[in-house]
Design a protein around this ligand. Sequence first.
Ligand SMILES: *Cc1c(COP(=O)(O)O)cnc(C)c1O
Length: 229
Amino acid sequence: MATIGDNLQAVRDRITAAARACGREPSHVQLLAVSKTFGSDAVAAAHACGQRAFGENYVQEALDKIATLRALDLEWHFIGPIQSNKTRPIAENFAWVHSVDRAKIAERLAAARPRELPPLNVCIEVNVGDESSKSGVAPADAGKLAQSIAELPALKLRGLMTIPPPAGDMATQRRFFASLRMLANDLTGAGFAIDTLSMGMSPDLEAAIAEGATIVRVGTAIFGERHKR
Ligand SMILES: *Cc1c(COP(=O)(O)O)cnc(C)c1O
C-alpha cells in the first residue's frame, strides 16, 4: 500500500514534470496539501515528509487539528465556503484564505485579524464555469471585490482561486484555467500587485500548471479517497 510519503513524492514529481514541460521553474509552483476529513495523524505524517502548507475546508475540524499540531511549524490555508459567523476563528488561525467571494466577508475577516499577526493573505474565488451551484464571484465582478480588499490593511490580496467544472480532457481543463490567468492579468494591468493563481487539484494539476498556477491544492492524490463527512 502506498504511504502518504510515497504519494507526496509522486505529486511532487508530477508538479516538476508539468512545470518543466512548459518551461516553468518547478519551485514556482507551491503544493498545498488538502487534509480535509483526514486526521492530525495524516497531517503529521505529511509534515514528517517535508510538507508544510495544509488546506482545510471546515472550520471546527481545522481548529481541532491546528490545536493538536500547535508544536509543528505548519502553514494553514482556509479553502472552503465561508459563513459570516465563522470569520473570526478563520482570521485568528489561518495564514491564507483562498475562498473570499464577498466584500462583507473580507471586511469581517479584516476586522477579526489580530493586530500582532501579519496581514491575512487572501485570494478571490472566481466562478469561471459560471455554475449556479458553485461559490465564487462572476469574473466581471472580480475587479470590484479586489478594490474592496485592497482597501483593508489587515488583508493582503494575493490573487485568484478557482474550482472549475470537472472536465475530462486537457484542452477543456486548460480553457477554464486560462480564463483565470487572463483575469489575473487584467487585475495586474489595473494596478493590483497580485502574485498568486490558486488552481489545479488531483486530477487536473498538469493543466493548471500549464496555465500558470502558482499554488496547486491536492488532497486525494496525497491522502487517498475521502470518506463522507
Ligand atoms: C477538496 C478540495 C481540493 C482537493 O481536491 P482533490 O481532488 O482531492 O485533490 C482542492 N481545493 C478545494 C477548494 C477543495 O475543496
